[in-house]
Design a protein. Structure first.
Length: 210
């Protein structure tokens, strides 16, 4: 038995030149036709576990996935219903805050992997924002989740934000314009502001134990 879904930006309708086509394959056993470089591959048992845990990925799939193939004519994800409440915001947000702090430290220490570290900074910001929003009952799974938090949005210049996005594309796909020294310095200059944003939202999470 297997099911294939498309999810993410293509389903949301905000697909652009930076977007991937996100594909999920649910399988009952190993199936060589699903390339791990093209599909997120999960067993049915693991998806059920994520649903029971209220995992952010389960919420993402429940809201932003569309069935494109079913070997049994059924929509497995739709039949799972709504995932359990999300209860791991403290743990998850602290995990992404740690990723940010580690990447910031490496960047400021003039690492040889500048693009990789800036890419991780973007990843940490995006995923922290998604988990923070989900803890508030808001489902924001966009690449730009940090800009969609209302009064809690990350307020940095569009040009700096674009540098972070470009670094993510360069790191994950190896394509795009190489970051200049001036652009790298611009990211470094923005770090104190990003620190304050992280600290403010993390304090709210810790105080509420959400």
């Amino acid at each position: 038995m297997n099911h294939v879904y498309v999810f993410g930006s293509l389903v949301r309708g905000d697909y652009d030149n930076y977007s991937d086509i996100d594909l999920l394959a649910l399988v009952s056993s190993y199936n060589e036709k699903y390339d791990i470089n093209k599909f997120s591959i999960y067993s049915y048992e693991r998806i059920k576990e994520l649903w029971n845990q209220g995992n952010p990925f389960a919420w993402h799939l429940s809201i932003e996935s569309k069935l494109v193939y079913s070997s049994d004519g059924k929509d497995f994800i739709a039949e799972l219903g709504t995932p359990s409440d999300y209860k791991n915001a403290v743990h998850d947000c602290n995990k992404f805050l740690t990723l940010y702090l580690d990447s910031k430290r490496s960047l400021l220490n003039n690492t040889n992997s500048v693009v990789f570290e800036i890419s991780n900074i973007f990843l940490a910001i995006r995923n922290f924002s998604t988990c923070f929003a989900l803890s508030k009952g808001e489902n924001i799974f966009s690449r730009d989740s940090s800009k969609l938090l209302g009064k809690n949005s990350l307020n940095i210049s569009e040009s700096t934000y674009d540098i972070l996005v470009r670094a993510r594309i360069l790191s994950t796909r190896g394509t795009g314009e190489i970051l200049s020294g001036t652009e790298i310095q611009k990211v470094k200059t923005s770090l104190p502001h990003i620190d304050s944003w992280f600290n403010s939202l993390n304090m709210e999470i810790d105080n509420g134990r959400i």
